[in-house]
Design a protein around this ligand. Structure first.
Ligand SMILES: Cc1cc2nc3c(=O)[nH]c(=O)nc-3n(C[C@H](O)[C@H](O)[C@H](O)COP(=O)(O)O)c2cc1C
Length: 201
């Protein structure tokens, strides 16, 4: 059982608090500690959920990358609110984040795209993510033809691919404890600051 979380342990700034827990997760031998569940919803409230990878975070928000025509992107464009869930099972911890979502700038997406392996860059060009595809073979043919098209040259950023940043309005830290008396603290955005309160488990 891990140590509990008390009000005195918490940093006043939830981004610093997140950084502490994220550091614990990344320094432990966890598989993909930056994986999170991302929930979006249509404007009429039908939710959908998938895993994405956290690629950056700071006081502006939490960044992931995706295809701008995917289901998640379509939902975000129509209803720019989302929730993120990190679950670090080995630490008996979860972090829940809710906020508003907007696209990151093209320069920022390009910087990240350029850092990806060449195969992933080509893959981004040939997947119309979340649309029906006739067969695996069609995907592989598209990959080979994109590979030929780009040759040895630099692969440009597709205009249909890039990042989103979730700017948080609520962040909750959950630490599992004995007898289900878990520790939960939520940070609620208030003006430029945050209000912190303990929640019942
Ligand atoms: C461990 C893991 C990491 C993933 N990371 C991403 C990611 O960073 N971006 C992304 O678009 N899809 C990622 N995926 C795929 C998504 O879960 C999802 O299948 C895809 O984005 C299509 O989702 P949508 O149809 O809801 O838009 C990941 C899947 C797994 C299992």
């Amino acid at each position: 059982m891990y140590a509990g979380l008390s009000r005195a342990d918490l940093h006043e700034d939830p981004i610093v608090q997140f950084e502490r827990w994220f550091k614990d997760a990344t320094e432990a031998p966890l598989h993909t500690p930056n994986a999170l569940s991302l929930a979006t919803a249509t404007p009429d409230g039908m939710p959908s959920l998938r895993t994405v990878l956290l690629k950056a975070f700071d006081h502006k928000g939490f960044v992931f990358y995706t295809n701008y025509a995917s289901r998640k992107a379509r939902e975000i464009e129509a209803n720019p609110r989302a929730a993120m869930l990190f679950h670090w099972l080995e630490f008996d911890r979860q972090v829940k984040i809710q906020g508003t979502v907007s696209r990151v700038g093209v320069a920022e997406s390009l910087r990240y795209f350029a850092s990806r392996p060449r195969g992933s860059q080509i893959g981004a060009w040939c997947s119309q993510q979340s649309s029906p595809v006739g067969s695996r073979q069609l995907l592989e043919q598209a990959f080979e033809s994109m590979k030929r098209r780009f040759g040895e040259g630099e692969i440009p950023l597709p205009e249909f691919w890039g990042g989103y940043r979730l700017s948080p309005i609520r962040i909750e830290f959950w630490q599992g404890r004995e007898n289900r008396l878990h520790d939960r603290f939520e940070y609620l955005r208030e003006g430029e600051g945050w209000r912190i309160q303990r929640l019942a488990p």
